[in-house]
Design a binder for this molecule. Structure first.
Ligand code: SF4
Length: 199
């Protein structure tokens, strides 16, 4: 099976997954989407209203901002892989609970192992906490962690982890919007420095 077919197989499992309580309230599970050969994976927290409606990641207002940020780094959405820590929308957009994260993240781990990205950009507290825990990196909150490149061994793969705020934070705070934009500028500079920039 090709990488693409294996990713499709994971997505097919996610779409009908009954493994946690979020399956009861979702409209559509959101497996994630993008290139199987992606240099960068973007990992958010959980689907929101529009993601649940459409079954695609980051398609609401926060998603539109993420798309702009990705373009500023020099990539399109189809060049990268975008997903979340949990794949079904928590009711009323509450944070996913620890047992939901534990039940759902094997899907994320399988996607990471298949894609083997050089960079993982974690978007927000929950995804950063999860990826840092998997990489045995100390984590004391997204405010401290953001904007720093962390060299990690994650699931047996050498990956640079780069945390920033969730793009939804930029929708209600100009300060967060400025900081996220600065972080993506740092990401662009690092990609150029390492010869990984697309253009
Ligand atoms: S959140 Fe994850 S584990 Fe829970 S039902 Fe959805 S896909 Fe399955």
């Amino acid at each position: 099976m090709s990488k693409n077919e294996l990713l499709d197989a994971i997505a097919a499992e996610v779409i009908v997954c009954p493994k946690c309580r979020l399956s009861k309230s979702r409209k559509n599970a959101v497996p994630g989407e993008g290139s199987p050969d992606s240099l960068i994976m973007f990992i958010g927290e959980a689907p929101g209203y529009w993601e649940d409606m459409k079954g695609k990641p980051f398609v609401g207002a926060a998603g539109r901002f993420l798309t702009v940020l990705i373009a500023e780094v020099g990539f399109s959405r189809s060049d990268v892989f975008i997903t979340n820590v949990v794949r079904c929308r928590p009711p009323k957009n509450r944070e996913p609970l620890p047992d939901e994260i534990e039940t759902c993240t094997p899907y994320l781990n399988r996607q990471i192992k298949l894609i083997k990205p050089k960079f993982i950009v974690t978007l927000g507290n929950q995804s950063t906490a999860y990826i840092f825990s998997q990489a045995n990196l100390p984590f004391s909150g997204i405010t401290q962690a953001r904007g720093k490149f962390c060299e990690a061994s994650l699931l047996g793969i050498k990956i640079t982890v780069f945390p920033t705020f969730h793009p939804a934070a930029a929708l209600y705070s100009a300060k967060y919007k400025e900081q996220i934009t600065k972080d993506f500028q740092l990401l662009k500079e690092e990609l150029i420095k390492r010869g990984n920039a697309k253009r």
